[in-house]
Design a protein around this ligand. Structure first.
Ligand code: UFG
Length: 329
């Protein structure tokens, strides 16, 4: 089956295209390459087009005889979304509506959607279950929540089968070293710490050392990108086998602090990482950790990478093997 991977030239999309190929699907990547990379499209054709262009979506769905869609394409910088919400509602909501309408018009009945733990806002407690209240605290999270709502109502009205996958902190790189995380600008902790260790960037700033956590730094659930990719394949298979539509958390169920991430990088690098204390970053919750048990029950999926050191090692491997991906500072 041909699967349209919208945003398949990006970080999680490209790893999923590889996993789809391995599972016997043909990934057809639809990407405007605004943030994605041509070099990351290796397991099927690339349609270079934008979701704002509904005719291009219809042409891709029909021309490539698409049977299902996985939708990654979105703007995903929390800080930027606070300053420019219009960009986020335009691309993440209005352009997603183009995609959903095109699916209905062409009779494509299955979609897997990239959602986020950012839809929960500040949780009442951790670990977070799927039935916890969703109160996003930034426009990015709000647009992902609207995406989930559109799916729910389209599912009811048009018989669209959907899975909304709420990622926690996507991290790491393809263990075979073919793909990795290359964002511009980069704001994510692990690549910034690795680049600081390599002297490619200034010392890493530790945003907040006074959180109510054991070492005072914020806690996140870092989930390996290859585990995420595998979960997408299983979510797609679930839909194709007639499984019901739902949202699932994708995380390990373990929390790791910022300081523990820095220590994991020091271990793999074999040298200290230059770091400095900095104030809390506005909008950062103290702790976000998934309860991933529903994904295990429904998909038989569990994260293989449970240890932050192993996750960091794959990211380190990619960063050191591909110096051309390094930023200029
Ligand atoms: N951090 C630092 N220094 C940095 C960068 C990050 O201390 O230079 C800290 C952050 O404060 C946070 C942790 O490292 O505590 C992880 O930060 P990331 O920016 O890597 O990831 P976030 O948890 O902020 O963001 C992730 C996803 C978003 C999603 C969000 C939900 O990348 O898409 O989780 O809260 F919206």
């Amino acid at each position: 089956m041909n699967v349209l991977v919208v945003g398949g030239a990006g970080y999680i999309g490209s790893h999923t295209a590889k996993a789809l190929h391995r599972a016997g699907f043909t990934p057809v990547v639809f990407d405007n390459l605004s943030y994605g990379h041509r070099w990351a499209v290796r397991w099927g054709p690339l349609v270079e087009a934008d979701l704002a262009d509904k005719a291009a979506i219809l042409e891709a769905l029909q021309g490539h005889r698409i049977g299902a869609v996985i939708h990654f394409a979105a703007n995903a910088y929390v800080g930027e979304s606070m300053e420019n919400p219009a960009k986020y509602f335009r691309n993440n909501v209005a352009n997603m509506l183009n995609l959903l309408e095109a699916l209905v018009e062409t009779g494509v009945r299955h979609i897997v959607f990239s959602s986020s733990c950012a839809t929960y806002g500040i949780p009442q407690s951790v670990p977070i279950r799927e039935d916890f209240p969703q109160n996003p605290i930034n426009p990015y999270g709000e647009t992902k929540l609207v995406g989930e709502k559109m799916l729910k109502w389209f599912g009811g009205a048009y018989g669209l089968g959907w899975m909304a996958l709420r990622y926690f902190n996507a991290s790491g790189a393809d263990p075979e070293g073919e793909l990795g995380e290359v964002h511009d600008p980069e704001t994510h902790l692990i690549p910034l710490v690795i680049d600081a260790a390599l002297g490619r960037r200034p010392p890493v700033r530790i945003f907040g050392t006074d959180y109510p956590t054991p070492d005072g730094t914020a806690i996140r659930d870092y989930i390996h990108v290859t585990d995420l990719a595998e979960a997408h394949v299983r979510a797609l298979q679930h839909l194709l086998q007639g499984g019901s539509s739902m949202a699932l958390n994708l995380g390990t169920g373990r929390g790791t602090s910022v300081l523990e991430v820095v220590q994991a990088v020091e271990k793999v690098a074999g040298r200290p990482v230059p770091a400095e204390k900095a104030p809390r970053r506005p909008g950062d919750p103290p702790a976000l950790v998934a309860d991933p048990s529903r994904a295990r029950e429904v998909l038989g999926w569990e994260a293989r990478y449970q240890d932050i050191s192993e996750i960091v090692a794959t990211a380190w491997n990619f960063a050191t093997r591909h110096p051309q991906a390094a930023p200029s500072v």
